[in-house]
Design a protein around this ligand. Structure first.
Ligand SMILES: [Cu+2]
Length: 123
């Protein structure tokens, strides 16, 4: 009885290390489920890079609407138009409708997306 439990415990620990550790295969690591589980486990944010055009700026709520291309990085997203929260380090005064931008986005452990950094394209 005790032996069986001990063995099961060892197997469970081994599986946890395989899933959470550096030994996870690229296919597993790149899956959205893994990145969410990994972020939750480590308390990390997952980040990605994108480019887009600003459709609207809501300075009061600190949100911007963007038509963005594919977002790449650990955090990935298909092209679409959507609103994002904007982090405290972003200067909204330089942003307005029609401005082309490059941006860094993060997703926290609760799945909340925030634009952390915005670089307007120089005219
Ligand atoms: Cu999107």
């Amino acid at each position: 009885m005790m032996t069986t439990r001990f063995l099961f415990g060892r197997i469970a620990v081994g599986a946890a290390i395989l899933i959470g550790g550096a030994s996870a295969s690229a296919a597993v690591r790149n899956s959205p489920l893994f990145s969410v589980a990994h972020a939750a486990e480590t308390g990390e944010k997952t980040t990605g890079q994108g480019e887009g055009v600003i459709r609207a700026v809501d300075a009061d709520d600190r949100k911007i609407m963007i038509t963005h291309g594919p977002i790449t990085g650990p955090l990935e997203m298909s092209p679409m138009t959507m609103a994002f929260r904007v982090g405290p380090n972003v200067d909204l005064s330089s942003l307005s409708k029609g401005v082309k931008i490059k941006f860094t986005i993060s997703r926290d452990v609760k799945g909340l997306y925030v634009i952390e950094d915005v670089r307007p394209e120089q005219p």
